[in-house]
Write a protein that binds this ligand. Structure first.
Ligand SMILES: *Cc1c(COP(=O)(O)O)cnc(C)c1O
Length: 387
């Protein structure tokens, strides 16, 4: 077999049993395949046409507009673009925050995605890590106490709309209450919604995190919930903040408002097509499927004696750290203290039954000893965390 054929069959097999990373696999690729014959490049700002004509800027603008309106962006004061993923969106948002408040300090919980710490290092912004609660949500008391020691310095917050391991949602209204209580005058709130952004926006009763709660930027990943086969993402920001960094480039005829100059023009087509195929109704149905399946997963795990729990409105089910064989077989992301199953749109009850069987027979049913309090606290999460 040729190397490419071998790789293809390996990818085919490893895509089938894939329960630990937030990737959808039900994406219909046929309509977008013909576009791969062309050197599409959305050079520069999607809202300013450049002299490079082989682009998909128009579809990119529609994708960005869709998310701007989903997140209630202020009508005349938003801007955004299709990125290479959630990490780039975090980098971009923190870049705008730093340009707005060059002397600011960034606060983020210790459950935050690793890209944030790296981006802060790249941007060289002073930052302080805030404790998380056991469910992965920011500890607002610690936030209050920490900011109170730097009240004269602008506050930049990274709020998680779904942390990577437990899909905990930081409560923007509680964060704002902290800022108000300390009379903080200058603040910037960025929401990292890589996986949870779309799920949350389509979940009735979930905590509100969008521009109507007066946040400053939101990012999400396009290959997670939507399921683009190429990593991608979307960042939505306030236009006034983007204007601060805009430079005109005569060589391309566009504005240098994005992190990279040449930009992937296929991803906007893929995302546009997915949004078109699903429609609002389809997206809501996908979210509902995931939520229902997560409830199902939690209940079969518990009924079979596995100490599992999940956050409210989350599609991620947290379980005791599993042995290597189970991690590898199902590609379960695992940290020292936990593993998780993410109930993505394509995951089925049959797969859940299989993985539960495997865990019950060969896996760890309980959390390690040192986490006893932690699990006690979570034996009845629905009472504790439903607001
Ligand atoms: C996946 C993820 C990211 C990074 O997104 P990429 O698209 O992989 O760059 C950032 N934040 C959170 C919470 C994530 O889950």
């Amino acid at each position: 077999m040729s190397k490419l054929k071998k790789l293809l069959s390996k990818l085919h097999i490893s895509t089938q049993n894939f329960l630990g990373y937030p990737v959808s696999k039900d994406f219909d690729i046929d309509e977008v395949l013909p576009f791969f014959q062309y050197p599409i490049n959305n050079l520069g700002d999607p809202f300013v046409d450049s002299t490079y004509g082989v682009n998909s800027n128009e579809l990119e603008r529609e994708v960005v507009s869709y998310f701007a309106s989903l997140f209630n962006a202020p009508e005349d004061n938003w801007w955004g673009y299709v990125t290479n993923g959630g990490s780039e969106g975090n980098l971009y948002s923190l870049y705008l925050a730093r340009e707005k408040y060059p002397e600011g300090i960034v606060y983020y919980s210790d459950s935050t995605h690793y890209s944030v710490r790296k981006n802060l290092h790249v941007l060289n912004i002073p930052n302080i890590t805030i404790k998380s609660q056991p469910n992965g949500e920011m500890d607002y008391q610690d936030l209050h106490q920490t900011i109170s020691q730097h009240r004269n310095v602008p506050v930049i917050i990274v709020a998680n709309i779904g942390t990577t391991m437990t899909e905990a949602v930081d409560d923007v209204s509680k964060i704002k209450a902290v800022l108000k209580n300390l009379a903080v005058q200058r603040s910037y709130i960025h929401c990292d919604g890589a996986l949870g952004g779309i799920v949350n926006a389509h979940t009735p009763n979930a905590k509100k995190f969008d521009f109507s709660a007066n946040v400053d930027s939101i990012t999400l990943s396009g290959h997670k919930f939507i399921g683009s086969p190429i990593p991608s993402g979307v960042v939505i920001v306030k236009k006034a903040n983007r204007d601060r960094i805009a430079l005109s480039i005569s060589y391309t005829g566009s504005l240098d408002t994005t992190i990279t100059g040449s930009r992937n023009g296929h991803s906007p087509i893929i995302l546009w097509n997915a949004l078109q195929q699903f429609g609002e109704h389809g997206l809501k149905r996908r979210v509902q499927h995931c939520l229902n399946l997560a409830e199902y997963t939690l209940s079969v795990l518990k009924n079979n004696g596995v100490e599992a729990w999940k956050n409210p409105y989350a599609i991620t089910v947290v379980l005791p750290p599993q042995p290597k064989t189970i991690q590898q077989r199902w590609q379960l992301a695992t940290e020292e203290s936990m593993s998780h199953i993410i109930c993505m749109p394509n995951v089925t009850k049959e797969q859940i039954n299989d993985v539960v069987n495997h865990i019950v027979n060969h896996g760890n049913l309980t959390f390690p000893e040192k986490d006893t309090n932690f699990t006690d606290e979570f034996s009845n999460t629905s009472n504790i965390f439903h607001v």
